[in-house]
Design a binder for this molecule. Structure first.
Ligand code: ZN
Length: 306
């Protein structure tokens, strides 16, 4: 299986969820083995390149931020989900405004942007990180279980004590085609949290234009939901983005119960630190994956030390 990048430069702009100000991104093709690289301005005005890495993520309330080399980029999760969902290995992302625009609160606008850019295969063989042995990770009744699998399979359950959400479950065997089942599902939040978030300087750009908003009785957006089970679809989308915060795509089967950005990131740090991932080159289509080279351990740190 070959690495991919985009064919041409594309850009988009929109409101920053947290700043409430305009944010802009440009996506550019990247050479093979470049990976996913965000380019930002540091507070001092210098340019900084930031690559996804579990330890570079700050996952707080509604805010997944990547940091590195003195710079930071916020609200990366839905763009990361789109890149992993469509299987894009190498891309440069120029960020203005410190944040990826929230667009409509889903990954669909980024899928449209990447489709407009076009996706092309490169000559290098795709590199992935595989789950090596079963792992279970739990915190306060929330848990994630991971097993070896020749692909990226997610079985996600939520159980929110809210009349519009309730208990839901969804499974997805991720391919670029199947990603469309979750791409358009929007982020969601509770009206009662809005004041607290605003006081903390968060979600200043949040509105029914870019999130499903719930009061105690139900959804307040005039247009209602895009899917009856939009909430679990969005949680699964977030999981794809959160597991994308590694230098290469992750391969495994994941069973997830009531997780969120914080636990997802703790889990990824645990996997990364525990040696339960090993790098491999995919020479053939998944399902019949073969190692192009003998599997090597311990070179993950070399790949991430950029
Ligand atoms: Zn999200």
């Amino acid at each position: 299986m070959r690495q991919t990048t985009i064919m041409r430069r594309v850009q988009c702009s929109g409101i920053g969820l947290h700043s409430g100000k305009e944010a802009r991104i440009a996506l550019r093709p990247a050479a093979e083995n470049a990976g996913i690289v965000f380019h930002v301005r540091t507070p001092e005005g210098a340019r900084a390149a930031i690559r996804p890495a579990p330890d570079a993520v700050t996952a707080a309330c509604l805010a997944t931020t990547l940091r590195g080399n003195g710079g930071a980029v916020a609200t990366v999760e839905h763009l990361m989900a789109a890149l992993r969902g469509l299987g894009i290995d190498n891309i440069h992302i120029d960020v203005e405004g410190g944040e990826i625009p929230i667009m409509d609160g889903s990954a669909e606008p980024f899928v449209g942007l990447l489709s407009r850019a076009g996706i092309r295969k490169q000559s290098g063989v795709r590199r992935v990180l595989r789950i090596k042995r079963p792992v279970r990770f739990a915190r306060e009744g929330k848990w994630i279980r991971a097993e070896a699998y020749d692909g990226f399979f997610v079985d996600y359950s939520i159980d929110f004590p809210h009349p519009a959400i309730g208990a839901r479950r969804m499974t997805l065997d991720l391919t670029p085609e199947n990603f469309f089942a979750v791409a358009a599902a929007r982020t969601f939040g509770f009206l009662r949290d809005a004041e607290m978030l605003h006081k903390a300087g968060l979600a200043l750009g949040g509105s029914p234009d870019n999130a499903v908003i719930l009061d105690d009785a139900g959804v307040i957006n005039p247009g209602g939901l895009r899917y009856e089970d939009e909430f679990v679809r969005h949680k699964l989308l977030d999981f794809i983005g959160d597991m994308g915060m590694l230098p290469f795509p992750l391969r495994g089967r994941f069973t997830v119960s009531c997780s969120g950005h914080g636990l997802n990131n703790e889990f990824l740090r645990h996997l990364h630190a525990s040696g339960d991932l090993f790098p491999e080159e995919i020479a053939h289509h998944r399902g019949r994956d073969r190692c192009a080279a003998p599997a090597r351990r311990n070179n993950l740190s070399i790949d991430m030390a950029i």
